[in-house]
Design a protein around this ligand. Structure first.
Ligand SMILES: Cc1ncc(C[n+]2csc(CCOP(=O)(O)OP(=O)(O)O)c2C)c(N)n1
Ligand code: SF4
Ligand SMILES: [Mg+2]
Length: 200
């Protein structure tokens, strides 16, 4: 455990670290063999997730996490496939993949680290930014209401869509375990504390 914690390159106060820890614990507690674990990620602050999880891993192109994860699962259904994505990417730029993954309903566990802003690109509004929040792209206040990923997922056919909170470690870990055990597509939208930019 020390080795991956020593390699962390997020802001020292970033709650992504707790999310990764919860993911690792969830897999350990479910006794999933390490050669059957795969994590797929892409670009964003949280993309480093796959570098801190020493399973089979792929860092794909911007927005291609789910298409890639889909083909991993189809190629080898024995694998437990975890895909990690973030609010700006998943709910904004590549929202089409999200809708169709819910509809297709394959056994993929999808973790969204939702810090309510585009953090790596330094603080722009995302689809989950609160309506009154100030960011670089909403210098006075955000004029559009955030959408609800859970409702959208359910309406698109997702049979497991839950929220978790990065500051509630045990609850977050248990929800991740439930999602892994769910044998269809599962979404866990984690409210991720990002003290550098999420100041609301
Ligand atoms: C094709 C492409 N377009 C745009 C970018 C720039 N870019 C890098 S990270 C990012 C989004 C970051 O926001 P989010 O998805 O919420 O992840 P966070 O950094 O907040 O974890 C964008 C648009 C890119 N890397 N590739
Ligand atoms: S900017 Fe936010 S999400 Fe990115 S590493 Fe720092 S605290 Fe974490
Ligand atoms: Mg974000």
């Amino acid at each position: 455990m020390r080795s991956w914690l020593n390699n962390i390159q997020w802001c020292p106060w970033c709650w992504d670290t707790l999310i990764i820890w919860a993911i690792k614990k969830a897999f350990e507690e479910l006794w999933i063999e390490s050669h059957k674990r795969v994590v797929v990620s892409w670009v964003g602050c949280s993309w480093k997730a796959s570098q801190y999880i020493d399973w089979y891993a792929a860092e794909t192109l911007h927005g291609r996490t789910l298409p890639f994860a889909t083909w991993v699962k189809i190629a080898n259904p024995e694998l437990t496939v975890l895909a990690t994505w973030w609010d700006g990417d998943w709910y904004g730029i590549w929202v089409g993949h999200f809708i169709h993954a819910c509809k297709r309903d394959l056994d993929i566990t999808y973790i969204v680290m939702d810090n309510e802003n585009y953090a790596l690109t330094t603080w722009q509004a995302s689809p989950t930014t609160p309506i009154w929040a100030k960011t670089k792209t909403t210098p006075d206040w955000n004029t559009s209401a955030p959408f609800n990923p859970i409702t959208i997922a359910e309406n698109a056919g997702c049979s497991f869509a839950k929220t978790a909170d990065s500051i509630k470690f045990v609850e977050m870990k248990e929800i991740i375990k439930e999602a892994i055990l769910h044998k269809w597509f599962s979404l866990v939208n984690i409210h991720q504390a990002c003290p550098s930019y999420k100041r609301w």
